[in-house]
Design a protein around this ligand. Structure first.
Ligand SMILES: [Zn+2]
Length: 487
């Protein structure tokens, strides 16, 4: 797999990405166009992401559930905006067991409708609230232009769904989950995200307000990392999800939903990857450390492998995810390239001279070549490695943050704006009009990514106090928003 070089990111970012996904063995194309097979290495990465999030969901009081894959078609038609948004992407089942079905079924594109239907049965009184649920599953949206992890017909994700007695509680939940995702993005995925609010045009079909995290990829385009929706009473009214309040009055619930998908893997690849391949943040890397033994003859092999196996055991005991590459018939150099392609954060090179000195050579994935190499004593290697992994985790985050800030421009004029979105984010005043937003999209292919909740943190310079004027129509701006070309 590591014999051939990847195209560089500068040459062809898209092809670099496609080949990296295949050659790092994260995923492959399925026989059905637009579907994806997640291979063991990719799934191990997803499992680490799942665990990091699931822990946080449970700590904030959510319980996991499993709703069915198939939903009666009539359900999706009950919420007007929802059906308008999702109709073109639906997969519909019309035949079951050889018979035409009385009512067609849809393969879930998301589960608000079926969950709303069941809540109408389960929720009676204010005592039944709040309901805080999440499910890990896959959904189907019939996408026409697909790309592994970023856009596939079927994708894996989690969908959180909650019901509350008051508007305020539901809004708080929406924001709380955005914070939970932000914490994961910054601390585990090492991705500097911008939490913000979506425009009317970009919000979820059926939501009152959609919040999202936006991240800058290595080619300066934006990727929506995840979303958190305040659904108001839209679904509660469509499905008659009601409760008796403390005064014996019947009220509609207030609901939320929030989701993060395998798309995030695409984001992690494009934020951290380099021309050698994948670069994974230590916290979620399936393998954090790989030991590559180096020897020329059987005698050296025996000595080196003995030390390597002991070392592997010690690192595993220190709760590090460690692999020992004992593959026969491959040179150490070939193995180095192979593990670099797979983005393992730290490599331990162990040869007979190292063993004699009771030391090992450590090579950081985030700093290729000599610059990232240090010799360390075997005796304290678990501690040294733990410290180094923490350093790598931080370094990846700060590198990505510096990159994003270097490619984000506050723009006052439309000419500057057009230049900025050619190769980065434009941070600009916006009057709030959908017309200006649509014209901008038509003329520059840049979409309104979000209105940052903390504008001062976007560039880290405190920002300008006033929003100024709309970059398109020059009327007074309502907000300052991030515009960019996006995945
Ligand atoms: Zn305007």
């Amino acid at each position: 797999m590591a014999d051939e070089k990847l195209p560089t990111r500068a040459e062809d970012f898209s092809e670099w990405y496609n080949q990296l996904v295949l050659r790092a063995q994260l995923a492959d194309y399925a026989p059905v166009r637009g579907c994806m097979i997640v291979r063991p290495y990719g799934w191990a990465l997803w499992e680490n992401i799942q665990q990091a999030l699931d822990r946080r969901f449970k700590a904030t009081g959510h319980q996991n559930v499993a709703f069915p894959l198939l939903i009666p078609k009539s359900f999706i038609e009950k919420e007007k905006h929802h059906v308008e948004g999702f109709s073109p992407e639906l997969a519909v089942v019309t035949i079951g067991g050889g018979e035409e079905l009385a009512e067609p079924l849809i393969v879930r594109p998301t589960s608000e409708t079926i969950i709303g239907h069941m809540w109408a049965k389960w929720i009676q009184s204010y005592r039944d609230l709040p309901v805080l649920m999440n499910q890990w599953n896959s959904v189907v949206r019939w996408e026409l232009r697909t790309k592994l992890f970023l856009r596939t017909l079927e994708f894996f994700w989690q969908e959180g769904h909650t019901a509350h007695a008051t508007r305020e509680e539901a809004v708080d939940e929406t924001r709380q989950m955005l914070d939970v995702y932000t914490d994961f993005a910054l601390n585990d995925a090492a991705v500097p995200v911008i939490p913000g609010k979506k425009s009317e045009a970009e919000k979820f079909a059926g939501a009152d307000t959609t919040y999202a995290l936006e991240a800058m990829m290595g080619d300066c385009k934006a990727l929506q990392f995840c979303t958190s929706h305040f659904l108001g009473q839209n679904f509660a009214q469509a499905f008659e999800v009601k409760y008796l309040d403390q005064n014996g009055q019947l009220q509609h619930c207030w609901t939320t939903s929030w989701g993060l998908s395998t798309r995030v893997i695409g984001g992690i690849i494009m934020v951290h990857g380099d021309d050698q391949g994948l670069v994974l943040p230590p916290k979620i890397a399936p393998t954090q450390v790989v030991i590559v033994p180096i020897f020329k003859n059987d005698e050296e092999k025996a000595t080196v492998l003995k030390t390597a196996k002991e070392l592997k055991q010690r690192l595993a005991q220190a709760n590090l995810r460690v692999a020992l590459d004992e593959r026969e018939g491959f040179s150490p150099g070939w193995k180095f390239n192979d593990w670099e392609m797979r983005g393992v954060p730290l490599r331990v090179e162990l040869g007979p001279k190292d063993v004699a000195k009771e030391a090992a050579m450590l090579a950081r994935r985030d700093r290729p070549g000599k610059e990232g190499k240090t010799s360390a004593s075997l005796a304290d290697l678990p501690t040294t490695i733990e410290k180094l992994l923490a350093e790598i985790q931080q370094a990846l985050f700060y590198r990505a943050l510096a990159f994003r800030r270097a490619h984000t421009h506050e723009t006052k004029t439309y000419d500057d704006f057009k230049k900025a979105v050619e190769n980065g984010f434009a941070f600009a005043g916006w009057c709030g009009s959908g017309d200006c937003e649509a014209k901008i999209k038509e003329e520059t292919r840049a979409t309104m990514r979000c209105i940052p909740l903390d504008p001062a943190s976007v560039l880290g310079n405190g920002g300008t106090a006033s929003s100024g004027t709309c970059v398109y129509c020059s009327k007074p701006a309502k907000d300052r928003a991030i515009f960019a070309r996006a995945y």
